[in-house]
Design a binder for this molecule. Sequence first.
Ligand code: SAM
Ligand code: SF4
Length: 344
Amino acid sequence: MTANRTKIIGLPEIKLVDQYKRRLNYLRISVTDRCNMKCMYCMTHEKTSKLPCREILRYEEVLRIARIFINLGVSKIRITGGEPLVRNGICDFLSGLSSLEGLSDLSITTNGVFLKENIEKIKSAGIRRLNISLDTLDKDKFKRITGIDAFNQVWDSIMLALDMGFDPIKINVVALNGINDDELPDLARLSLSYPFHVRFIEYMPIGTSRIISSQMRSRQLLAPEIQDRVSSIGRLEPVENMSFDGPAKRFRFENAKGEIGFIRPISDHFCGSCNRLRLTASGNLKTCLLSDIETDLKSPLREGCSDSELADIILKAVYDKPFEHPLVANHAGMISGCMSAIGG
Ligand code: SAM
Ligand code: SF4
């Protein structure tokens, strides 16, 4: 694929509709549960048990499942992980995915560390939109949050992506009290000088991430407060959401080159208009990020199921998508998964 993916042509009818009439046209695919970082809000504090390789979907299996989803009406796919760029062969896989007919938007979420060496191939695969996670502009704090000393690598990758014309480049910031809350205005200021979409994400207390237990209550920072802090540098003008936008509430500072977004899974969840499905690295379909309910697609696929049999399994799981997630502010989650395995 070389054409710009934002062009929507001849999309198939959306057959993925749940019992609440939500239309599910966005699939997030986690290609690995491995990561080169250990972000304090994402990775488990217990000794991490990685999936054995045979349990991880092979690329050809992912492509087959993706094609079935596209035939059922998915038009937007995001590749995530763990860290997608740690998996061998990822760029060839992206090219294969990008050539699937019916897909109008393909993007990737990365921590940026291995972006520089892969960026040419990512661009050649037809990807124009990148989400890069960056929670701080301070090198030492970066190491404290992620467990590795790689701030410069990530920053250089972001600048390279900008030079190479990726657009939009979304910078994902998980806002945490006592960790990076003092930097929220500085991170927001990036949108003044660069055309970045800086998106502040409410921390979701799931699984056994390093900060979940006793510290969780004090760490959680909700969007209204994040917005207040960010507004200290200027007035935020609302930006109208487009049909392909995610759940971020979008704003812009006057004369800014970029935008600010707030992703509020806790304070103002977007379950009622959720259009997302997730495929885990182990081949399970998750119809809600914050629910433990998963449907195994890998076993039927490996047992020789036909495409239409797999499509029926998918349609049934989608119909049963939970109405909303159970997380509320200041309350520990009951979700046992780990964000790095699910893909965010
Ligand atoms: N490794 C890639 C990265 O970090 O961009 C992709 C996978 S990561 C799981 C996807 C996104 O989920 C990242 O932007 C990360 O900041 C976010 N995330 C991880 N754990 C989270 C949590 N507990 N609450 C909110 N966002 C989280
Ligand atoms: Fe890895 Fe991304 Fe999770 Fe950080 S947020 S540990 S980079 S998967």
